[in-house]
Design a protein around this ligand. Structure first.
Ligand code: ADP
Ligand code: MG
Length: 566
């Protein structure tokens, strides 16, 4: 392997040459304390920055092995190291000067959720750290400026490493606290599975966020307090036992006046599929990690989805067992979202009336009298909600502030009252008894078929694909746009980047019309599990921009790809 001094000599040799001479840097250099790899060199100072990775051995970093001894501890440690490196990188960025992106030093930015990212990984047994960053190699105009490049590699990056990847520079108490938090969160998730809970919301949690554009906790918020009838206690491995609201499996209704905090509670549950960092206020708001937010999504495409459980006898005679459309209505899109969630193995559906199609959720009595069942293609969710639970084991948590009909179907009814929940099940049921549901219940539906075998039309073998991400909103693959705005549990643009590469990989290798959708998703997940995130792309350095999505979002992404044939 080349040495750091080889790198310095190389840089001195190409000084003042035209930018492409930087390509010679590709390779690995031994900096004694770590290995520095130049994985990819940008074409010019204005192009997307060069990819560099750093390997620090577990021995050198000296982080105690107990801090990464299990999966959850390893993930929170990776997240923490990346954040620390990010703080240092921000201070070092653009100290080296030049044109375009010269001097940039950056790593993935982490939000409130703790996600597995391609930018930082720790090897299980050895504790070796791999950190991927981006560097803007300095130039004046398009002429290489080696002096500034030497500053980056020999002054700035070494300081970042020193201050963020070595145990002696880190806050030991905080590292310990993180590890305990991760263990507690994992313990609660296990407890929830063993005790048939959909969710746990700890007393004292802060649910509302600072603003519509910030996921930081709201200051001065009313802290969560469980209704006493739903309160349970979990003896977590570290710290005092936690008390909070147990949301059991079944049908749970959240009601209450407008502005009393219903949607805020549901949103916290939506995000509770991920673990949150300490200080977030939702560290102990945990939801079954297969839970999926269901909403109306007018205009989405639907490919061969069996929505007959909800929609039958459309006036245009369309087959609803193999439903296709390029422009779904509110109700058909919401129906497809439910069936696709079932296909993805989701055990809990989260629904807010604010973002639902009314005709998908209910049909009121008067309408039933005037328009007969035969003339109505939609069997509303209210007529399937018990069946979903009793036959398929799928629970629902629904915000329904305006339709009392759901009282009849609920196992638990929570009323939000000035941001504090109260359980009102008995009272609501007693009142509801006086207003029985009319009309005959619909016949039980047949099990939806998930036999869909996608064919990727235009992605073949080794064709080069251009993947671009529009923030949190969508992915562009070549000329095909996949709209993910309404897949609300995607929390980070880097999850979309990874989804783009997953889709490209699946399109090239698995979507040949013979493999079922669920098997395709399973295969992609298994490969990542076994061979790492970079196994889905040709150049492993691309994984520097990846954050792991859930299986549910992989389905959601593939399902919204208009170019697939199924
Ligand atoms: P609903 O869905 O019942 O109409 P929301 O959940 O949208 O109500 O909440 C209404 C407003 O109250 C939001 O602006 C939200 O940020 C704020 N809010 C929600 N929960 C709390 C809380 N615990 N403390 C303070 N403000 C809150
Ligand atoms: Mg609301």
């Amino acid at each position: 392997m080349k040495t750091a001094e080889d790198l310095r000599a190389l840089l001195q040799r190409i000084d003042h040459r035209s930018y492409p001479a930087y390509k010679d840097l590709r390779g690995s250099y031994n900096f004694t304390d770590y290995i520095l790899n130049v994985d990819h060199v940008q074409g010019d100072p204005f192009a997307s920055p060069s990819k560099v990775s750093l390997c620090v051995t577990g021995k050198r970093s000296a982080i105690p092995a107990k801090l990464y001894e299990n999966r959850q501890r390893r993930i929170i440690l990776q997240d923490y190291l990346l954040r620390q490196f990010g703080i240092q990188a921000d201070q070092a960025a653009f100290k080296a000067k030049g044109s375009g992106k010269s001097g940039l030093i950056s790593v993935s930015r982490c939000g409130q959720e703790i996600l597995e990212r391609g930018a930082c990984s720790i090897t299980e047994n050895t504790g070796d750290i791999l950190l991927r960053l981006e560097v803007g190699l300095p130039a004046n105009g398009r002429t290489i400026n080696s002096r500034e490049a030497i500053r980056i590699f020999f002054e700035l990056i070494p300081v970042c490493v020193e201050k963020s990847l070595y145990y002696k520079a880190l806050n030991h108490a905080l590292l310990e606290e993180n590890a305990k938090l991760a263990d507690n969160q994992a313990y609660i998730r296990k407890y929830m599975k063993e005790h048939d809970l959909c969710a746990f919301v700890a007393d004292g949690s802060i649910l509302p966020r600072e603003s519509g554009i910030s996921q930081k906790p709201m200051k001065g918020a009313v802290r969560f307090k469980s209704p006493s009838s739903m309160r349970g206690e979990i003896a977590v491995p570290y710290g005092n036992p936690l008390t909070g609201m147990f949301v059991p499996k079944g049908v749970t209704l959240i009601v209450g006046g407008g502005y009393h905090g219903k949607s805020t509670l549901l949103e916290a549950l939506e995000r509770g599929v991920y673990d949150h960092i300490g200080g977030d206020g939702r560290e102990y708001v945990l939801t079954d990690d297969t839970a999926f937010k269901i909403r109306a999504e007018d205009g989405r495409s639907i490919k061969n989805v069996d929505i007959s459980m909800f929609i039958n006898g459309l006036p245009n005679g369309k087959d609803t067992q193999h439903f296709h459309t390029e422009d779904a209505s509110g109700s058909t899109s919401q129906a497809a979202n439910v069936i696709e969630a079932m296909e993805s193995g989701s055990q809990v559906l989260l629904i807010d009336e604010d973002t639902s199609a009314t005709n998908f959720m209910i049909r009121d009595e008067l309408m039933q009298l005037v328009v007969s069942r035969e003339a109505e293609p939609i069997t509303p969710y209210i007529d399937r909600i018990r069946e979903l639970y009793e036959i398929y084991g799928i629970s629902s948590i629904i915000v329904a502030g305006s339709s009392g009909s759901y009282f009849h179907k609920a196992d638990h009814i929570i009323q939000m009252c000035r941001y504090i929940p109260e359980e009102i099940t008995d009272h609501a049921k007693a009142v509801a008894k006086k207003y029985p549901l009319t009309g005959n219940p619909p016949a039980a539906s047949s099990h939806p078929s998930f036999d869909r075998r996608p064919v990727s039309v235009d992605r073949k073998g080794n064709d080069w694909t251009k993947i671009k991400v529009m923030g949190r909103d969508g992915i562009q693959i070549n000329r095909d746009t996949i709209d993910l705005r309404y897949v609300e549990q995607l929390v980070d643009a880097q999850q979309l980047v990874m989804l783009g590469y997953m889709l490209d990989y699946a399109g090239k290798h698995l979507m040949n019309g013979r493999v079922r959708m669920d098997e395709i998703v399973e295969k992609v997940c298994r490969m990542i599990e076994e061979k790492g995130m970079s196994s889905i792309c040709e150049n492993s350095y691309l994984s520097s921009g990846f954050a792991m999505p859930r299986k549910q979002e992989i389905f959601a992404c593939f399902n919204r790809c208009r170019k697939l044939k199924m």
